[in-house]
Ligand binder design. Sequence first.
Ligand SMILES: CCCCCOc1ccc(S(N)(=O)=O)cc1
Ligand SMILES: [Zn+2]
Length: 268
Amino acid sequence: RRCNLTACSSKFVLSQVHPMWQEPLAIPGGDRQSPIDIVERKSVFDSKLKPLVTNYDPKTCQQIWNNGYSFLVEYDDTTDKSTLKGGPLQDQFRLCQFHFHWGECNSWGSEHTVDRRLFPAELHLVHWNADKYNLFEEAVVEDNGLAVIGVFLKIGKRHEGLQKLVDALPVIRHKDSVVEFTKFDPACLLPPNIDDYWTYHGSLTTPPLTEAVTWIVMKQHIEVSHDQLAVFRSLLFTAAEEEVQKSMVNNFRGTQPLRGRTVRSSFT
Ligand SMILES: CCCCCOc1ccc(S(N)(=O)=O)cc1
Ligand SMILES: [Zn+2]
C-alpha cells in the first residue's frame, strides 16, 4: 500500500531525491545545457580571448541567505560598482551574487568536470549584461544575458578569506533564512591566475535552466580546508518548521551533452 504522506510518522525519513535534482523531462531547445565535462585536449585555444577584468567593490555586498538549494551572497547590482568585462565578453556585466555547489563527501560535488575529474565543490560568480538589460531577471532569458565564473575548490590549506563567510553559515542553517553580510570582497575567492580559463555557451544549472550563460571556468582551483567545507554540509535544504531535516549536500547537476559545442581556452 502506498504510504500516504500524511499518515507517515514524522520520524519516517523520506529517501527521495531532492526535488531540485530530479531532472525536468524536456527543456526548451536544450542543446546548450550546463554543466559539461571539459575535455582538455578537445578545447580550442583562441588567441583573441582577452584577459578577464574584474572590478568588485566590497561595499556592494549586502546579505547571505539560504535559498533551499545553496547559499547565496548577494550584491547591490543597481549601479556599475562591481563589474566583469573582457575575456570572451563584448559587454560589461554586473555581479549580482555568488554561491557554491558541493558533495556529501570530498570525492564529488563540482558541476563541471575536467577530463571527467570531479572536485569537492565549485564556486559560481553570477553576473548579468548591464549594457543590454536593466535587471538580472530580464537578462536570464537572453542568449548573451549572463556570465558566470566557475572556480573549482580542492581540499587543502584553510582559505582565510572564506572564513568570514563560513562563520556566517550557522546563522542561515535553514531554508529562507537570511543575515546581513557586508564588506566581503569576492575577488579573494578567485585563483591567483585568472588569465587561464575555458569558455563556452551554456545554461543555468538549476531551474529555469535557461540557455543564457557565457561560462568562464578557471583552470586554476582554490584551496579550502576540510573543516571549512564541512560547515557547508551543516546547512539544510529544509525550513526550520519542517519535521524531517535534510542536509544540504550533493546540490550539483550532472554533466550535460555537449551537442557539438566547442570549448575555447585562453591558454595553450
Ligand atoms: C529568474 C530567477 C532565476 C534564479 C536562478 O538563478 C540562477 C540559477 C543558477 C545559476 S548557476 N548555478 O548556473 O550559476 C545562477 C543563477
Ligand atoms: Zn551554480
